[in-house]
Design a protein around this ligand. Sequence first.
Ligand SMILES: O=C(O)CCC(=O)C(=O)O
Length: 234
Amino acid sequence: MAAKLADCIFEASKDDLPMPAAAQQPTLNLSAATDLSLPQAEILYRPAHYPAAIAESIFDELAAGKSPTWSCDEIRMFGRKVLQPRLTAYVADPGVGYSYSGLALNRQPWTPLLEKLRADMEEIAGCRFNSLLLNQYRDGSDYMGWHCDDERELGDRPVIASLSFGESRFFDLRHRDYRHNELPRQRFELGSGDVLIMRGETQRYWQHRVPKQVRRGGCRINLTFRSVQRTPHS
Ligand SMILES: O=C(O)CCC(=O)C(=O)O
């Protein structure tokens, strides 16, 4: 059985629309390596881990789409089939599968570039990763809704290493119990070459999203390295 990504990962809600100006949290200006110090979370941000020229060549290779190849798949939402609001690709060790919203992701092999990035992320995070989800936001209309990466197969305290290339986009965080506590949303920009590590209890207590930013015309590619603990038969 393939591991499941939470169905809510692709859920579009009114929260995915741009927030009215008054409701927006100020965008955090994080220019140096930062531990976000949020309650019940461990989030480490390293801006420009890859210098601009290297980040650009990584972006170019991934955007070319030779390997891995990108697809825009249909998923099932509220009983209807809809196209995902971005392109995706899935790379993993043999036998490590993912499925969500009625869609079994097609596993592709590691390329030399992705192996290198995996090794870099393993060194920073101090753990091993056996799978990688790639998302391509073709422009500011592509997005990812509120979700947390808390699938059982990722274990109790999943470590997620996220790498971004290309256009900068907002990354929002909100506490899962935001309706009953005073914890404000957090917003900052993920730029090209930036690394974000989420670990500890983060996925249990915090949700994240990449909202639409319709004025952003450029393409962004994000890689999330994960460790699937129970290898399914795929
Ligand atoms: O694009 C991003 O920065 C976030 C991607 C993400 O949330 C995910 O792959 O679960």
